[in-house]
Design a protein around this ligand. Structure first.
Ligand SMILES: NC(=O)C1=CN([C@@H]2O[C@H](COP(=O)(O)OP(=O)(O)OC[C@H]3O[C@@H](n4cnc5c(N)ncnc54)[C@H](O)[C@@H]3O)[C@@H](O)[C@H]2O)C=CC1
Ligand SMILES: CC(C)CC(=O)C(=O)O
Ligand SMILES: [Mg+2]
Length: 366
């Protein structure tokens, strides 16, 4: 198979974790005989510095001519006081909107070897396997008006019925393929958009008699997700609630550094990025956990290219390296071996292709 991928490293640890994910992609290509053509472009702070635009036209054009996008993360203190249109985060919001990537899938799965890294009790975190389906192109991150007023500021949450219908349908389909349970999360006791959301879920559930549906308010889900995460199978929610709940869910897995995501729209095209941000305080030190971005590549192989065996191989390799007791600094605890971003990536690559390490050992000793 031949595919074109646009790579957008972004800011902070973005370039470091993306470099790892690209190396893993290359080793997968070699082993399974696929050619991945990579084109690099800028987004976020890096794009502001070079083009005075967080999402330059050249970047959009390259993405339009690709089969998928791999993204690191954007943002950092350097640009925190820029005007709203010149913030790195604006580039991310725009690319999601431009490509209509309305469905953000954020799987949360407990790796057995990471259970001791979670602050939760082993019996709470064990066997967690849930999928957060986050609406990605609507809600308060996009609603107008947004502005400063004379005595304050305004943001607006907007959802059309069609926007809610398509994400809810997506979540029902996923629930049907998974454990048959759907939890819809809203704030229907207060928000009009949430009452619309609940009505849409109620109407759609008639088409999915095999899916068990519950409605929960977001504040109580924030609590239950941590006290009883095994209760959940598919969780569907609006943009901002999904953003917040997914970072919270990373506590179950031991680190934000292991949560991948896929942003898709119903055809094969998609954008793949870790759930985490640019972690500026650890950038450039070679200590970031690349697992989330590597696992995002696995999601790309599965969702955009239909390469299930290859995706499963990446997941197996990541899990095996954890099982062998190798971790990055975010997962540090007594008795485990801490590796740098690159060393940990080498271990994953060696799991996939045992000839890889012998090559790197040779270059080390020559
Ligand atoms: N998708 C994106 O590009 C996102 C960008 N951001 C941006 O990132 C910047 C930093 O935001 P924060 O709130 O600090 O969120 P963050 O997700 O960058 O970091 C939160 C915490 O997790 C740690 N962390 C995150 N990823 C890690 C990894 N792979 N390995 C080890 N540790 C990791 C960080 O060191 C920090 O302690 C801001 O400018 C924010 O706007 C935030 C979230 C998403
Ligand atoms: C940086 C924001 C635009 C979004 C965010 O935090 C996320 O998508 O996880
Ligand atoms: Mg976030």
């Amino acid at each position: 198979m031949e595919k074109k991928i646009t790579v957008l490293p972004g800011d902070g640890i973005g370039p470091e974790v993306v470099a790892s994910a690209v190396r893993v992609l290359q080793v997968i290509g070699k082993r399974f005989n696929h050619t991945f053509h990579l084109g690099y472009a800028t987004i976020g702070g890096a794009a502001i510095d070079q083009h005075n635009n967080p999402l330059p036209d050249e970047t959009i054009e390259m993405c339009e001519n690709s089969d998928a996008i791999l993204l690191g993360a954007v943002g950092g203190p350097k640009w925190d006081h820029n005007p709203p249109e010149l913030r790195p985060e604006k580039g991310l919001l725009r690319i999601r909107k431009h490509f209509d990537l309305f469905a953000n899938l954020r799987p949360v799965k407990a790796f057995p070897s990471l259970l001791d890294a979670s602050p939760l009790k082993r019996e709470v975190a064990e066997n967690v396997d849930l999928m957060i389906v986050r609406e990605l192109t609507g809600g308060v991150y996009f609603g107008e008006p947004r502005m400063r007023t004379e005595n304050g500021a305004i943001d607006t949450t907007v959802y059309s019925t069609a926007e809610v219908e398509r994400i809810v349908e997506n979540a029902f389909e996923l629930a049907r393929l998974r454990g048959g349970k759907l939890c819809s999360v809203d704030k229907a006791n207060v928000l009009e958009t949430s009452r619309l959301w609940r009505e849409v879920v109620e109407a759609k559930k008639k088409d999915y008699p095999d899916v068990q549906v519950e409605h929960n308010l977001v504040d109580s889900v924030a609590m239950k997700l941590i006290t009883n995460p095994c209760h959940y199978d598919v969780v569907v929610t609006e943009n901002m609630f999904g953003d917040i709940l997914s970072d919270e869910a990373s506590v179950i897995t031991g680190s934000l550094g292991v949560l991948p995501s896929a942003s898709i729209r119903g055809d094969n095209f998609g954008l793949y990025e870790p759930v985490h941000g640019s972690a500026p305080e650890i950038a450039g030190q070679g200590v970031a956990n690349p697992a989330a971005t590597i696992l995002s590549v696995a999601m790309m192989l599965q969702y955009s290219f239909g390469l299930k065996e290859e995706a499963a191989e990446i997941e197996r390799a990541v899990s095996a390296v954890f099982d062998d007791g190798y971790f990055t600094a975010d997962l540090a605890r007594d008795g485990v071996r801490i590796l740098s971003t690159n060393e940990w990536t080498d271990k994953v690559m060696n799991e996939i292709d045992t000839s890889f390490v012998s090559e790197s050992i040779m270059t080390t000793y020559i």
